[in-house]
Design a binder for this molecule. Structure first.
Ligand code: DAH
Length: 349
């Protein structure tokens, strides 16, 4: 076919083919069909070398014009189609930001952990550090290192959850108190020592209103030169005022713990009635609330940890976290803490 006629024919059909392309993919196919190597235009381009020299400039000029015109039609259509496709993709991707979302209820820390944080903060304010120990503990740290020999009633197997784990001579048990952290810490740190050690503790107690087999304690230990019972009392009085209120009084009552001598129970004055209400629902009218065990660290405990009891002295205390929370909030059952009733938990956000 005459090359010029072929070009005119291609140009004539181009507009319709371009207009008929409905997607970017289709316009690419039209592009190849109109301008590609095997298109009519492509064949004219390839035949140029064989044309008569007189004919070549005319065909060449028209070839360029036709190519440019078809290219313009294609480019224009491609831009249109691309814009339409972009717009519809955006429309599909968009979402209505005013739509109500699914609200996940925000949780909060459990009251027990709030109390731990609060107590720890009070002691951090006095320069104490936080120490931790394992919940699966060696009998040595839980008892022996704390001046509690094999013959002591607290060691009776029936009172304690032993684990069938490791060397039987190690006697691994779920710790019955956080006190073993005292021994572990002293063993690996030089004096002076000022630590609090919060954590979970275990006993084979039957569940009742004030007992759970799994509960929490915070241990405190101070060892330094010249610490006295006065330091113990002053420290715990400060703690009681911070935790229960500035008017809180404390008293020490003689008691016994294997690892302290002398030992005492610390009572705090009733922060509700201060003893003025015989029917007080918090103290029952006695005016005092039993709060924690404490005492001056027994020299045997210092020695067992490698400390010199001749130059060092210290005091220690252990407080039940559930008890602190129950007293402060007037709770009547320790089971509230483990029932996972959100109506209970929500009150302490
Ligand atoms: N570990 C004791 C208990 O579980 C509490 C305690 C009493 C800890 C006196 C002490 C202490 O550090 O000095 O009953």
């Amino acid at each position: 076919m005459d090359p010029l006629a072929a070009l005119e024919e291609a140009l004539a059909s181009a507009a319709g083919m371009v207009a008929g392309a409905g997607t970017v993919d289709e316009i690419e196919r039209v592009d190849a069909a109109l301008l590609g190597r095997d298109s009519a235009v492509g064949r004219v381009r390839r035949s140029m070398a064989g044309l008569d020299p007189e004919e070549r400039p005319r065909v060449g000029a028209r070839l360029n014009e036709v190519t440019n015109e078809i290219r313009r039609l294609i480019d224009e259509r491609r831009d249109e189609l691309q814009a339409a496709e972009d717009a519809s993709r955006l429309a599909e991707d968009s979402f209505d930001v005013t739509l109500e979302s699914v609200r996940l209820p925000a949780g909060s820390r459990h009251l027990i952990h709030q109390v731990i944080d609060e107590v720890v903060d009070i002691f951090i304010g006095l320069g104490y550090r936080v120490a931790e120990g394992p919940e699966a503990e060696l009998a040595w740290y839980n008892f022996d290192a704390l001046n509690t020999p094999k013959t002591h009633p607290a060691r009776l197997e029936s009172d304690t959850m032993y684990l069938d784990w490791g060397d039987p001579d190690d006697e691994v048990l779920l710790r019955t108190q956080t006190s073993p952290v005292q021994a572990r810490y002293m063993e690996s740190h030089e004096p002076p020592v000022y630590i609090v050690a919060p954590g979970r503790t275990y006993r084979t107690d039957t569940v009742d209103a004030t007992h759970l087999p799994v509960f929490h304690q915070i241990e405190g230990l101070a060892v330094d030169e010249g610490l006295t019972l006065g330091d113990l009392r002053g420290t715990l009085a400060h703690f009681a005022r911070e935790f229960f209120g500035s008017g809180t009084e404390v008293r020490l009552r003689p008691s016994f713990f294997p690892f302290t001598e002398p030992s005492a129970e610390l009572d705090v004055s009733c922060f509700v009635c201060a003893g003025s209400d015989p029917a007080c629902r918090v103290c029952g009218g006695g005016g005092w609330l039993e709060m924690l065990g404490c005492g001056m660290v027994d020299p045997n405990v210092l020695s067992a940890a490698g400390y010199d009891p001749e130059t060092l002295s210290g005091f220690a205390f252990g407080v039940g976290v559930e008890r602190l929370a129950m007293v402060r909030h007037g709770l009547d059952s320790i089971k509230n803490f483990v029932d996972n009733d959100v109506r209970f938990l929500r009150q302490f956000r």
